[in-house]
Design a protein around this ligand. Structure first.
Ligand code: PBG
Ligand code: ZN
Length: 324
């Protein structure tokens, strides 16, 4: 009978040694905060399924952006809820669209905050799909033209980076070319590369008022069981010029994040989506988990899986705790 020579517990004995050997650190630098902007004045509508998150009119969004910047979070990603929706999502690429106006005002007020825009059609189409409809499905190539127009109009309005989330084939190359031809060769593209047809987007669709009015998104977003296919998606986006690749959602797809990071060594983002946020909030409100601790553990897991950047509704709350 002998006792162990190697004792793993020696390096867990107290906080000092645990800090010294810690392998993963999260910081406000890692976060991108999603913001929903809508027309109007003085509007701050809390989203029922996302406690503490709001639909904001531009003036209110400016305040939230200032707060975000002051907390040390370097970037926000803007989603627009337009005044009018139509079949081709005209407000997505209108010079005075909601996101375009928000970009100008936020840039003006908080010039050092990095402004990313979500480039997609679903918030702007009356049918709620991520592109134009032909034969009851989203038509790929006609949608590319609209996405390129949208990305370009965001760049013209002051976006620092565009992030296409539509999952059309070839959109990264198409948008890259459109930006380059118009003098925006310095604007990076963050591709929602491996975006799965997930049920975790439910609360977002309330927030953005963008549920599909018929069918679902399974003919363009990825089938959840697939992992090799995710690598092919990422590889294509890199070939087409993506500067950052993204996996979305994050938690049910941590394995995909790790494979993408190991395979491509690209700056890799993960989207900790609305349903992931809502579940933690709901459990915390019921007193079933410690919300703050579960939040930090969750964000750490996403970073540990290989994400360099995390899009998260927890950005402000987590930054506040990490700054303490
Ligand atoms: C738009 C878009 C969606 C999300 C980000 N961009 C919704 C969707 O694809 O239905 C989801 C984000 C979240 O759930 O937090 N295509
Ligand atoms: Zn969409």
């Amino acid at each position: 009978m002998h006792f162990p020579i190697t004792r793993m517990r020696r390096l867990r004995k107290n906080d000092a040694i645990r800090r010294m050997i810690r392998e993963t650190h999260i910081s406000p630098d890692d976060f991108i905060y999603p913001i929903f902007v809508r027309p109007g004045e003085g509007i701050k509508n809390e989203i029922a399924s996302m406690p503490g998150q709001y639909q904001l009119s531009i003036g209110e969004a400016v305040k939230v952006c200032q707060e975000t910047y002051d907390l040390g979070v370097p970037a926000v990603i803007l989603f627009g809820i337009p005044e009018e929706k139509d079949a081709v999502g005209s407000e997505a690429y209108a010079k005075d669209g909601i996101v375009q106006r928000a970009l100008r005002e936020i840039k003006d007020a908080v010039p050092e905050l990095y402004l990313i825009t979500d480039v997609c059609m679903c918030e702007y189409t009356d049918h709620g799909h991520c592109g134009v409809i032909e034969n009851q499905d989203v038509a790929n190539d006609p949608t590319l033209e609209l996405l390129a127009k949208e990305a370009l109009s965001h760049a013209e309005a002051g976006a620092d980076m565009v992030a296409p989330s539509d999952m059309m084939d070839g959109r990264i190359g198409y948008i890259r070319e459109a930006l380059d031809e118009n003098g925006f060769d310095d604007i990076p593209v963050m591709a929602y590369s491996a975006k799965f047809a997930s049920n975790y987007y439910g609360p977002f669709r309330d927030a953005a008022e963008s549920p599909p009015q018929f069918g679902d998104r399974r003919s363009y977003q990825m089938d959840p069981p697939n992992t090799d296919e995710a690598l092919r998606e990422v590889e294509l986006d890199i070939q087409e010029g993506a500067d950052i690749v993204m996996v979305k959602p994050a938690l049910p797809y941590l394995d995909i994040i790790r494979r993408v990071k190991d395979t491509f060594a690209m700056p890799t983002a993960a989207y900790n989506v609305s349903g992931e946020f809502a579940m933690i909030k709901a459990a915390a409100q019921n007193g079933w988990v410690d919300g703050d601790k579960v939040m930090l553990e969750t964000l750490t897991s996403i970073k540990r899986a290989g994400a360099d950047l995390i899009l998260t509704y927890f950005a402000q709350e987590a930054a506040r705790l990490l700054n303490e």
